[in-house]
Write a protein that binds this ligand. Structure first.
Ligand code: HDE
Length: 701
């Protein structure tokens, strides 16, 4: 992997700030490379350090327009944050189509193999506010804007293929339940509190989604290592007007990885920006994240015979029944220039679909199609938000919509209406019939009623299928997660009601949670529909069963003590880089460590600021002196103990005994604690870190 650094253009030794204004000649250049500072209206600024005063120590004057403009703009810098998915991070990219899908969709993005379309992606957590932390146990948003040549397509998905509710009318309730409790303003960015589980336990349709949310899917290692899903059933429509149903999937090329809960809790303290930093760093060094776009395409006949309603967003279609066909690759290859302008102002809307893609009658999707347009006006304050660079289509835009706040376009033409009898430049655009976006001519029948179809009623069978598709380690994590979250509920009846629902999913799961909480097992709740008990496991649903043997895109924390063997350090760093990973040097002080050959190895992090939770695996290399020094350093001891408790692979080279003993691990080292003294050790270590964590490690020993 390249190890290019992002240019900082940093002046290491700028002139000291003396509070005296620039003054003097300012018309073209202020000095060096700096352009002249101006007001928002282009007037050069005389002095950006002192406001205009009447007398040297007198009052500030209203006539200081430059000062007033600066404060005025600052006072209005904030816009309302998103009501959900407030905390996010994004990047630009490109989607490349692998094969023509013209037989099933007329969407131009899928017209031919090799066709490229610009994209912008925003990843997010759901519940937390803009300033919350990245490793919340939460669903991740995975929203993609494709700037197609027939208009924008926004695939506004999540990293979990199902949702909490079936009807959009319950969305405000769900969000109010999961957000901070209104009478106290906490807890922030988490579902581990009474109101969320009160709602979830009273809404059995959310059970399947809570299984996913309590699984390791909700604590991903990286945005780059999680799947994405369009969730709803959509429609493809081809040139002949034929339609098929389609579900969209994103599969990360690096494979899926998650962290463990105790690690997530600590990452939030050590680096609340863990996920955004990870994306930033990867793109900066040219290790561009990639996902394959996949589709599950099916027809009405399948929809009619499937055990569940394909319009129900609390259900998925197992890949073993309808395989995911890979149709293209997205590569994120460009960071934003300005987070506010792009990540905050990007406006995703489910209703943005180009010709060839259409909606199904999923009641959740139908509700979203109202909500997203509405919310953008609230957030961005003008109907012209579509003109912001990140939102603007890359294809021509022509209509008779006019004016409004912040109109950027000097729209030409005399007639701003249709029909008109002008010609040429005055005439304006006209609709194009067959070329335009045509709704699928769906047959609609039945009475106008507020009703939930009986075909949506089985809330437990797929929840159970998800659970039985997990490896034992993953099942244990789910039990622990429910136990943790329900343990944060103060009201025992809420815990009990949730466990009563879980009994309809899996008796061992319910019993495990009840035991974890030290509560009696309640009676099972009465399901709305008798669950289908015998759905077969779907292996595609497990993260661990599908893990890739690779260290690519991951990070080794190399703790180096004074006197460490210079050759061993060099060998390890080279091998990790060759494997596509990053080797970050950590030392007692950020200034670095002195190696056996007396060279100074600079560190990226001091160990006190770089706990091992920031790394996928760790290694310690030290000489006799350094080992003892590190043993005296609490953060160095925790570095080792935490890595061990998080089942990580550990490499130990040189005189590490004192540190290992101080970390309390002398008698515990197991098969995933490997030596690092020889080239052969190095190879074995590299191959081991490409594999899974040491899940069967005995933490009680
Ligand atoms: Fe959203 N959702 N949502 N949602 N959603 C928003 O739009 C909404 C749902 C998702 O990075 C809001 O611009 C309703 C499902 C993502 O900018 C809002 C319903 C899925 C993002 C909104 C849902 C999502 C949002 C808030 C129930 C996965 C972040 C700010 C019917 C398929 C997009 C905004 C970004 C954002 C409404 C349910 C994904 C209020 C009414 C299901 C990834 O419009």
């Amino acid at each position: 992997m390249p190890t290019k650094k992002r240019t900082t253009n940093h002046d290491a030794d700028p002139p000291a700030h003396d509070g005296v204004g620039a003054g003097g000649e300012t018309h073209q250049r202020a000095g060096g490379d700096s352009p002249v500072m101006t007001s928002a209206h282009g007037v050069p600024i005389e002095d950006d350090n002192n406001s205009l005063r009447a007398g040297e120590r007198g009052p500030t004057l209203m006539s200081d327009h430059a000062f007033r403009e600066k404060l005025f703009h600052f006072d209005h810098e904030r816009i309302p944050e998103r009501v959900v998915h407030a905390r996010g991070y994004g990047a630009h990219g490109v989607f490349e189509c692998h094969e023509s899908l013209a037989d099933i969709t007329r969407a131009s993005i899928f017209a031919s193999a090799g066709k490229k379309t610009e994209t912008f992606v925003r990843f997010s957590t759901v519940a937390g506010n803009l300033g919350s932390f990245d490793l919340a146990r939460d669903v991740r948003g995975f929203a993609t804007k494709f700037y197609t040549d027939e208009g924008n397509w926004d695939l506004v998905g999540n990293n979990i293929p199902v949702f909490f509710i079936q009807d959009a009318v319950k969305f405000p309730d769900l969000v109010h339940a999961v957000k901070e409790e209104p009478d106290r303003g906490f807890p922030q960015a988490q579902s581990a509190h009474d109101t969320f589980w009160d709602f979830a336990s009273l809404m059995p349709e959310s059970t399947h989604m809570t299984l996913w949310q309590m699984s390791d899917r909700a604590i991903p290692r990286s945005f780059r290592m999680m799947e994405g899903f369009g969730v709803h059933t959509f429609r493809f429509i081809n040139d002949a007007g034929d339609s098929s149903f389609v579900k969209f999937h994103w599969k990360p090329v690096l494979g899926m990885q998650s962290v463990v809960w105790n690690e997530a809790v600590k990452i939030n303290g050590a680096d609340p920006d863990f996920h955004r930093r990870d994306l930033f760093d990867a793109i900066t060094v040219g290790d561009f994240p990639q996902w394959e776009l996949g589709v599950q395409v099916f027809d009405d006949a399948f929809a009619d015979e499937f055990d569940f309603d394909v319009l129900d967003a609390t259900k998925l279609i197992p890949e073993e029944i309808i395989p995911v066909r890979t149709v293209g690759t997205m590569t994120l290859n460009r960071l934003v220039d300005n987070v506010f302008a792009e990540v905050e102002q990007v406006a995703f809307m489910t209703q943005n679909v180009p010709p060839g893609i259409d909606f199904s009658n999923d009641p959740l999707l139908q509700g979203r199609n109202f909500s997203y347009l509405d919310t953008q006006l609230k957030r961005l304050g003008s109907t012209n938000f579509s003109q912001l660079p990140v939102n603007a289509p890359r294809c021509p835009v022509a209509h008779f919509q006019r004016d409004g706040h912040m109109q950027m376009s000097p729209q030409p033409g005399r007639a701003a209406y249709e029909p008109n009898s002008f010609s040429g430049e005055y005439r304006g655009p006209r609709e194009v019939g067959a070329q335009g976006q045509q709704p699928f001519p769906d047959e609609v029948e039945g009475q106008t009623r507020r009703v939930r179809s009986a075909s949506f009623a089985d809330h437990y069978s797929q929840a159970r299928q998800f659970y039985v598709s997990q490896t034992p380690v993953e099942q244990e994590h789910i039990v622990l997660a429910y136990t943790f979250e329900l343990g944060k509920c103060e009201i025992p009846a809420i815990r009990s009601r949730m466990i009563a629902n879980l009994r309809n999913v899996d008796e061992d799961l319910a019993a495990g949670v009840a035991a974890g909480l030290r509560m009696p097992l309640p009676e099972a709740s009465v399901p709305a529909a008798e669950p289908i008990r015998d759905l077969p496991p779907s292996p595609a649903l497990s993260i661990l069963a599908n893990a890739k043997e690779t260290f690519a895109g991951r990070k080794l924390g190399l703790l180096v003590g004074d006197g460490a063997d210079a050759a061993a350090v060099k060998r390890l760093r080279k091998a990790v880089t060759k494997a596509g990973g990053i080797c970050e040097v950590v030392a007692k002080a950020v200034g670095g460590a002195t190696l056996s050959d007396d060279s100074l190895l600079e560190a990226t992090q001091a160990v006190a600021g770089a706990p091992s939770v920031l790394y996928d695996a760790i290694a310690v290399l030290t000489g006799p002196d350094g080992g003892a020094v590190l043993a005296d350093e609490p953060a160095a001891r925790d570095f080792l103990t935490d890595a061990f408790n998080h089942y990580k692979v550990i490499g130990l080279g040189g005189a590490t005994d004192a540190l290992v003993a101080a970390a309390g691990l002398s008698d515990k080292l197991d098969a995933a604690c490997l030596g690092l003294d020889t080239a052969k050790d190095n190879t074995a270590f590299l191959s081991r870190i490409a594999g899974p964590r040491q899940w069967d490690r005995d933490l009680d020993a």
